[in-house]
Write a protein that binds this ligand. Structure first.
Ligand code: BGO
Length: 688
């Protein structure tokens, strides 16, 4: 019977135009979901063409098919578990050699391939001269030129897909890529050791399995091989290292590039000008060995300064709006009325949620700046610049991007770790992000530093706190990479995309998507926590007779001590004492657990100040009377290091995929904060 259904997987590097081509091929017939258990998008679409029903599965965009990223593992698992009839590899023809790397890996998996040479318009404009029939012959698969953004070449691609799928069985077997004598010998010996009928040999093929074992592919190595096999692979790896002087992985990658380079030598002539494009000129300055990092530091400073300078007036408006809303809500009751509903609405919900929504302008501005940096192509350069520094602590250059976002807020920063390909790298970055002092801790420093230190020390103290956070993050990352998350540092295989002028629509969309998530995730969690905190500080109530004759301030203190929060604070007192904290600080810290900025508000409640503004001199005066500068410093230290807010724990759980890491982070940071603060306090007491 004639086959009328064809399944096609679309593979390609990020930025190759794969999404645009997928849309051009499938139009509105698309289904978007997630790959099971991960946050990677799964897109499928249907196209009816010349009596054929063609199902397109859009694989995640990847540069290769190693096991460095979840996207790469998914892409190759799909190719193995649900083998498509053929794979269309979308190639950015203006960046041929880099893109063809993935082609070599698709060949290794023995897939039936069609190459869509997309962006052929750009390649031609740049003056590249390509002999496509020759290249097609050399690579052993059909090549169709396309301009996905203008829907050019789509019908020819569909015709080629149908032709190739129909004649798949007649296709002569493609000779495997050869990796040189040394590697081939070791491949042979590993292949011989793979037992007949091994469950992996069937779907993957022996040669591919042996290749991955030799490349030390973690995902394949961890599949429960018998010990002698692991030892044999280790010996082969050592032999190659001894003979060739490099890791097999590097030798194999070199060979793949060798194949590409050989094919390109014969069928591709890049234009002379292309070696000196505007992008290169910009890179000569922005990636300069000496100037690169200072330019980057200056740019980041400008982003932070602008974010806060432009954001502050907007914050003021939101604050005023919430105050107005609170006054209007309170006005629904007679002025002296004691109503739990009024208190819940005004102090609990509007106070709590308002405290978080107020940061929205800063967050949106920061995201706007990040979207512009990302869409223009500079973000990849920043990662490239930082790679050398980050490698020293076992991290990837790209880890620096989420860490940077962490100074604004840990939630988007944690979501930003999705750009990291290696899971160990991603988890390490996820774990240390809370040590980047986020914006929510600022009110605590802004309250305490002027309370305990002379004006000439203010800047230095702030700097010291931020530096302690960064220093601890570096130490923790290094330790994690040496212990729980041990593994090779991933080589930098990221392409530097061409610079582009970002579109207004694109950056606004990026900003809004991330800002909306912040509002939705943090907002809902904070709303719930605000209500709980309000209840904890308001109940159980004290009888009127117990408050008779007391001033308003004294009555507030008694009511608070009687409340759940007050009691928990008192119970925590002895535990907190080694750090120099008393039960009042303990009570305020319960709030900080929900969201760091709540600490200031809680401290205000503890002192019954009626107002909780960090500018409040009266509150600072009270603090100065009750605590020493050492205690003030210890509170900041604890706030800096201790477990992130509850919303961050939830996001960490989602991004790491398990509660184990979220709870490890929570417990680990709390313990670290406790240990360091207690040592600093005790040593400080002896010295001062
Ligand atoms: C922007 N030719 C040309 N010239 N451009 C193409 C072609 C083509 O054949 N195909 C796609 N593009 P994605 P991935 C953009 O987003 O499909 C363009 O990652 C911009 N963005 O329109 O997203 C396409 O799915 C700012 O362009 O790639 C898109 O593989 C200014 O290539 C880009 C101008 O396509 C990537 C364009 C901020």
């Amino acid at each position: 019977m004639k086959q009328t259904r064809i399944t096609v997987a679309l593979a390609g590097n990020p930025n190759s135009g794969k999404t645009t081509l997928f849309n051009a091929l499938t139009g509105a017939r698309q289904h978007i979901g997630n790959y099971p258990g991960v946050t990677v998008e799964k897109k499928e679409g249907l196209r009816f063409y010349n009596g054929f029903e063609i199902k397109f599965v859009d694989l995640p965009g990847t540069y290769s098919l190693t096991a460095y990223s979840i996207e790469e593992i998914i892409a190759r698992d799909v190719l193995v578990a649900e083998p498509p009839d053929l794979v269309v590899h979308v190639v950015d023809s203006s960046n041929l050699e880099r893109n063809l790397y993935l082609t070599t890996q698709l060949m290794e998996m023995n897939t039936t391939l069609v190459l869509a040479f997309n962006m052929i318009d750009v390649a031609r404009r740049q003056g590249h001269d390509m002999d496509l029939p020759k290249l097609s012959e050399l690579l052993g698969c059909p090549i169709v030129p396309t301009v996905a953004s203008r829907k050019k070449g789509i019908d020819r691609l569909l015709d080629t897909i149908i032709q190739t799928a129909r004649h798949k069985a007649d296709r002569p077997a493609r000779p495997p890529l050869r990796y040189g004598k040394e590697i081939e010998q070791q491949l042979e010996s590993i292949m011989r050791l793979i037992p007949d009928g091994h469950p992996l040999a069937e779907p993957y093929g022996r040669r591919w399995l042996a290749l991955k074992l030799l490349e030390q592919d973690r995902e394949i190595l961890d599949r429960g091989w018998p010990e002698p096999m692991i030892q044999a692979v280790a010996q082969s790896v050592e032999r190659i290292k001894k003979h060739v002087g490099d890791e097999p992985e590097i030798v194999i990658a070199d060979r793949r590039y060798g194949v590409i380079s050989g094919a390109c030598q014969e069928a591709f002539r890049p234009s002379v000008e292309s070696r000196h494009t505007a992008s290169d000129a910009a890179d000569a300055v922005l990636l300069h060995r000496l100037l690169g990092l200072p330019i980057f530091a200056l740019l980041m400073y400008a982003v932070f300064a602008l974010t806060f300078r432009l954001g502050d007036p907007l914050m003021g408006w939101i604050e005023t709006a919430f105050e107005g809303l609170a006054t209007a809500t309170a006005g629904l009751w007679p002025p002296d009325a004691e109503s739990p509903v009024k208190s819940l609405l005004v102090d609990g919900i509007l106070g709590g949620v308002g405290g978080v929504v107020v940061f929205l302008p800063n967050i949106l501005l920061l995201f706007l700046a990040i979207a512009i940096i990302e869409d223009s192509g500079y973000m990849a350069r920043a990662a490239f610049l930082m790679d050398r520094v980050m490698h020293k602590i076992g991290l990837h250059g790209k880890s620096f991007i989420p860490m940077l976002i962490g100074f604004g807020c840990s939630i988007p920063a944690m979501m930003g770790t999705r750009i990291l390909e290696d899971r160990r790298n991603r988890l390490t970055t996820l774990m240390i992000i809370p040590l980047m002092s986020c914006g929510a801790r600022l009110p605590i420093y802004a309250l305490l530093i002027p309370a305990f230190f002379a004006p000439c020390w203010h800047g230095l103290m702030m700097w010291l706190i931020y530096m302690i956070g960064i220093g601890l993050a570096i130490v923790c990352a290094w330790l994690l990479r040496k212990t729980l998350l041990r593994g090779q540092t991933v080589p930098f295989v990221m392409e530097l995309p061409p610079y582009r002028v970002p579109t207004l629509r694109g950056v606004l969309l990026h900003m809004w998507q991330r800002g909306g998530l912040y509002l939705k995730k943090a907002g809902t969690v904070i709303l719930a926590i605000s209500i709980v905190l309000w209840a904890m500080t308001s109940y159980p109530k004290v009888g009127d007779e117990a408050l008779a004759g007391l001033s308003e301030e004294q009555a507030g203190q008694v009511a608070l001590r009687h409340s759940i929060a007050g009691r928990v604070g008192s119970a925590l007192g002895p535990v907190l004492r080694p750090m120099g904290f008393d039960e009042r600080i303990g009570t305020a810290l319960i709030g900080a657990l929900a969201a760091k900025e709540v600490f200031v508000a809680q401290l205000g409640i503890v002192y019954s100040m009626g107002q909780t503004d960090e500018e409040s001199e009266t509150l600072r005066e009270k603090l100065r009377q009750d605590y020493t500068p050492l205690q003030g410093f210890c509170i900041m230290l604890f706030a800096l290091i201790s477990a992130p807010c509850i919303a961050t724990v939830a996001v960490c759980r989602r991004e790491s995929g398990t509660w184990t890491w979220a709870l490890f982070q929570f417990a680990g940071l709390t313990a670290l904060a406790y240990g360091i603060t207690a040592v600093v306090y005790q040593v400080g007491r002896l010295l001062l």
